[in-house]
Design a protein around this ligand. Sequence first.
Ligand code: ZN
Length: 442
Amino acid sequence: MRILFKNAHVLRRDAGGRWNALENAYLGTDGRYIGYIGTEAPKGSWDLVKDMSGKLLMPGLVNAHGHAAMTLLRGVGSGLPLQRWLEEAIFPIEAKMAPQDIIAGTRVAVMEMLASGTTLCSDMYDFPWDAVRVFEEAGMKVNSGRVLLCFDPDMKAEDCERLKECEQFVKDFTGRGGEGLKDGAEGLVKADIVLHSEYLTTENTVRALADIAKKYDCAVQLHVSETEKEHEECKERHEGLTPAAYLERCGLLDTPTYMAHCVWATDEDLDIMKNKGASLVHNPTSNMKLGSGFAPVAKALEKGVNVALGTDGCASNNNLNMFEEMHLAALLQKGLYRDPTLVTADQILDMATVNGAKALGRPDTGELREGMRADVIAVDMSKPHMRPAVDIPSLLVYSAQASDVTMTMVDGKILYENNAYTTIDPVKAEEEFKAAVARLLA
Ligand SMILES: [Zn+2]
C-alpha cells in the first residue's frame, strides 16, 4: 500500500543531532518503508492521500523497557517499598497468571502504547510466545524473549530448563522477517536474550546465556543497578564487582546489551558501558515511584553512552506514556544538578526515538528518512498548549500530551487514528481484560 500525507509538518533529525520540522511537506510510504519526504508534490499514484493540516509527523516512539502485561497490575501495591511491593503485592498475583491473562494484559498495553505514539517496545514477562502473538496481530513492533531466572548457584548450565527455553525463543523468532521487507530486516518481533538481573540469576547460567547471545548475535536486555541494596549486594557476592563489571566478566556485554535503570551505576560502570557499546535505559517515573533514586543520565550522555527511555511496567509507573517519560527525564537532571543546560530537548527526542531503536538493534527505525521503516505518528499542533510553534523539540518535550497523538502507523500500516484501532476490537479486548483482572485480583 502507498499512502501520501500532505500539508504536514515533518520532524527530521539532521546530521548534527538537531530536530527540525519541514513545513507544509509531503511524506509518502511505499509498503513498509518511507518512500518520499519533501516539499514538492511527489509523482506517482497513491492508494490513499491524507490531508495532515495542523499535524506534525514524527518518528514513532520507542519504549525501551517494559513489562506489557503488567497493565493487569496497574497501581497494585502503590506506596510500598520495592522489596515489599514485589513480595507482598506483585509476586502472589503473578504466580496465578496463565497465558490468557498475559494475552489480555498485553492487548491493553498495545492499545495504550499505540494511542500514545509508541510503535516499538521492549517486553520482558512470562509467556512471551503468547505475548508476541498479540503484538503481531496488532501490527506493533516488539523485542522480546524468554526471561532467564535461576536461584540455585550449583545449577549446571546443561541442566537449566530456562536456558533451553531462552534459546528456543531465539530459534523460533530470529530471521522471520516478513513480506515486503528488505533482506536482513527484522519483522515485527525481534528475539532478544533476556535475563531478569544479576540478583535473580547465577554466574553459570549468565555465562551460558552470554554464549547463546553470541551464537545468535542477539541484543540482551536486563535490569541493572536499580536499587542501592541490589548494587551493594552484588559487590558482596562477586569480589567487589558492581553489576556492570560482573556482567562484563561473564561475557554478557560482548553482544549489544541494553540495561534498564542503572540508577546506582558508577562512573566506572558508565565507562564499561561506553567501551562495550551497552545502552542505558532510563525509567524516571518508575525509579521515583519506587524510591530507587535518579540515574546518572547527564553523566552517561557526556561520556557518550547510548541512553534510551522506557516506562517500565504499569505497576510501577502507572502508565505507558512516553511523552510523560520525556518530560520527566528532561526536568530531572536539571533539578538534580541545578543546571538548566543539562539534557537538551534534542537529546530527549533522541532518547525516545533513535537511541531506543539503536539499543533494540533496529537501525531502520527511529527517524523519518527515505528508506527507513514507515513508523510514523501524527501530533495535533492546533491545541492551545501547542502554540506558538517556534521551538518544536521543546514543545514536544515540555508541552505535548500523549493525547495529542492522532495517528500511529507501523511499517506503513495505520493502526490507530482518532481514537479508533484498525487491528484491535476494543470491546472484546475490554471483556478479556476484565475477566483476567477478576480472576487475578479475586
Ligand atoms: Zn522492569
